[in-house]
Design a protein around this ligand. Structure first.
Ligand code: HEM
Length: 407
């Protein structure tokens, strides 16, 4: 059956993309979207291949999005410059060093929970998930100030990446406010007592030279928006998945460590980031069709995660899935267990998400604390809407009303 590109821009698709993704996977594994002028790949293996082949599929697409709002950063580079810049910050977000942030994540979570409205419905997104990631990343960067204002900057900067000219304008204004905020923090960066990331990035040298002020603010801006956005959506989607699956909720209440399984399965079933774009650096043939050089290719992780050749009954939410790598993600995508595949919600390869451990820690610690402090949760409205596609590449529950039965 033929597939009309217009469907990708319809509200039906935004609310329920899976039937379209299924048709693409089955009948049009390489689909040319004539409206967006984009080549779509939706099968798991194809998404993995594109993420891994940086020579053919370039991340320079980001020059047109983040590059326009925060300035040039490592995310749009495929060269050695990417590797050296990434190594300035990436080691701090994994393993032992990452563990030093756990108590801060707990403090930030507690502060938000203390402010939950009493004897009233809690709006998870408004009261918690939209704020925690911004509080955490601004604290890691060393920013001092008001969480709601920082949240607004992140929202505006994100909207500016791919929205209308008016949204781009607001995004640029928010970036200007962000830069004004961090510029005074760029003095005294050699103070050995400074452990914040603004100082760390400003002190770092690439081939014997420090980065320019423009590069430093852009680097910090990238961490600010990448760290402040998306984790909110992962938390909200995870709670929606858990609360619409009573068996999973019961298991998690019996063993709160299982929030971590729920996070992995959420990243597969309803990933907050559903697609990433690349430009081809040379003509390439796939499924007997030639994609020209300089074309935009969109890999759809949302569709790949429902590929039934990889995940059985892919639409089911199962926190004990035997075909998914349930533990902390692996940059290489390989699981030691050949029966299990990793989700691709943090990308793969060179540009694999820097904040994957941080995002998981925020979601797990924050959720454990909410249940511990507030009691047994349930949805305030039984016909709660599920995640919908927002913009080009996000998918999330827009709000989630919660009620608690105190212990
Ligand atoms: C659940 C939450 C998150 C999701 C779904 C997510 C998703 C992603 C994805 C898909 C990529 C790869 C982009 C590509 O290949 O085109 C990426 C890269 C990146 N993420 Fe995340 N991310 C999350 C949280 C975070 C956090 C908390 C941080 C803060 C440190 C962060 C920082 C970054 C950075 C800096 C990159 C660029 C890495 C590079 O180009 O080498 N992300 N993220």
């Amino acid at each position: 059956m033929s597939l009309n590109s217009d469907v990708l821009y319809s509200s039906e698709y935004r609310e329920n993309p899976e039937p379209v993704w299924e048709q693409m996977r089955d009948e049009h594994p390489l689909f040319y979207d004539e409206v967006g002028k984009i080549w779509w790949l939706t099968r798991y293996q194809d998404v993995l291949t594109v993420f891994s082949d940086h020579d053919t599929f370039s991340s320079s697409t980001y020059e047109l999005t983040t590059g326009q709002v925060v300035g040039p950063t490592l995310i749009s580079r495929d060269d050695y410059g990417h590797v050296v810049r990434r190594s300035i910050v990436a080691p701090d977000f994994v393993g032992k060093r990452m563990k030093s942030y756990l108590s801060m994540i707990e403090d930030c979570s507690r502060r938000l929970i203390e402010k939950f409205p009493e004897n009233e419905e809690v709006a998870l997104v408004r009261d918690f998930s939209s704020l925690l990631p911004v509080d955490v990343i601004s604290s890691i960067l060393g920013m001092v100030g008001e969480g709601h204002l920082f949240r607004q900057w992140v929202t505006d900067m994100i909207m500016g990446l791919s929205g209308s000219p008016a949204s781009r304008e607001r995004g640029l204004d928010a970036n200007t406010a962000f830069c004004k905020h961090i510029t005074p923090l760029l003095v005294d960066v050699d103070d050995p007592n400074r452990t914040d990331h603004i100082a760390k990035i400003a002190r770092a040298e690439v081939d014997g030279h420090r980065l320019t002020e423009k590069e430093i603010t852009a680097f910090c801006g990238l961490l600010f928006i990448a760290g402040g956005e998306t984790t909110d959506k992962a938390i909200a989607n995870m709670w929606w998945n858990v609360l619409t699956h009573p068996e999973a909720l019961k298991n998690i209440q019996d063993d709160p460590k299982l929030w971590s399984n729920a996070f992995s399965e959420t990243m597969r079933r309803t990933p907050p980031v559903i697609s990433e774009d690349r430009f081809t650096t040379l003509p390439i043939e796939l499924y007997g069709i030639e994609i020209p050089k300089g074309a935009r290719v969109r890999v759809c992780m949302g569709a790949a995660h429902h590929d039934p050749t990889v995940f059985r009954s892919p639409n089911e939410f199962d926190i004990f899935r035997s075909d998914l790598h349930l533990e902390k993600e692996l940059r290489s995508g390989n699981s030691k267990d050949p029966q299990r595949s990793g989700h691709l919600g943090f990308g793969q390869g060179k540009h694999f998400c820097i904040g994957y451990e941080l995002a998981r820690a925020e979601a797990v610690i924050g959720s454990q604390l909410i249940v511990e402090q507030c009691g047994s949760p349930r949805l305030a409205t039984p016909d709660q809407r599920g995640p919908i596609i927002q913009g080009n590449s996000f998918m999330a529950v827009t709000e989630l009303g919660l009620q608690f039965k105190p212990k």
